[in-house]
Ligand binder design. Sequence first.
Ligand code: RM4
Ligand code: MN
Ligand code: MN
Length: 411
Amino acid sequence: MTHKEDELLESSAERVYGHLTETLAARGVDVEAVENRLRSQRIETPSWGYGNSGTRFKVFPQPGVPRDPFEKFEDAAQVHHLTGVCPSVAIHIPWDAVEDYGELKDHAESLGLRIGAVNPNLFQEVEYKLGSVCNPDPAVRRRATEHLLRCVEIGREVGSDVLSLWFADGTNYAGQDSFIERRHRMQECLSETYQAMPENMRMLLEYKFFEPAFYHTDLADWGTALTMCQKLGDRAEVLVDLGHHAQGVNVEHIVALLLDEDRLGGFHFNNRKYADDDLIVGSVNPFELFLIYVELIEAEESTRIDYMIDQAHNIEAKIEAMILSVMNLQEAYAKALLVDRAALAEARHSGDVLRAHRVLLEAYATDVRPLCAKVREDLGASVDPISTFRESGYLERVVVERKVGVQAGWG
Ligand code: RM4
Ligand code: MN
Ligand code: MN
């Protein structure tokens, strides 16, 4: 692009932004406050989203995929650099197991990142065929608990204050095991883990209604996760993964209920069409994402919520998919911040169904992209992150650098 074209583009972007902020101000929106909230938005990306993944039929390796956790952090640093809001990265153990966690921590910091949630992996050992913390064999439960305790330690070593747990535990056939005995076994293992956590650490419990188990899952829904958290203590909270519900479940309602119980700990953002598809967030149902943020807007000022992405990019370019997910989260959040709360409350109280609904539609229909671009620019990131990434030559460079060796991933 020539200098002149560049200037023209810039001035037209400024005009679009100016027009939007004027319209918003006329609607009574405090644009400065909205921009402040957008600048302080934080989204954690998952180390495993940078590695190879696939379906149960095939893993398609991609050129340039990281070979170890250190390289995953390098890719994550690109996402942070271009979006400005992703300074932390979740790790999965043993997928990200290293000899020296201090070294991984230093590496993250040298890239302007920090290590976020530690996710123990309790579903890939042969011993876990009948479950991990719910397994009928006490020796297997011991092994699972030791891994959980080790992950608490790793959290301490890397300066993380979140232990994020998802269990594949469940049964495949009616009669296979006792629901209640399994629940008690889980409670015992988790209490021991909870007791071992340092004071500042929180335990997030993630539910999922099926898969890999087909008959019942021990933590199947928000209720099973919530009651377990209540037994464990205040620092145990529920994590909502957008892909972990049956079709048609109202996720924003669950979000509101957990907020009201003061037990919403965090999110695994992604999107799905059918099951736990782990697709780019906002790619299937952006309206649901917006409605979730509508519930969060007021509550998030007084409670800590960890916003994390949990995706598997099987056929799409991984770093770009992560960037697009973050941009979609910025837009959903921005739109939710535009909701006229006073008008909504008034419409609700006067029983004006359509008016209340239209207040939401008004915000949702606003094209907030110029606002998000401006916020990214303010943060020293990119107004157009995917194009900037494509132009940077990063991928071409790592494709060459990472040619030799084994790529990280599962399968
Ligand atoms: C599960 C769940 C967990 C994730 C694993 C890899 O379905 O979403 O959060 O760690 O997949
Ligand atoms: Mn998840
Ligand atoms: Mn999942």
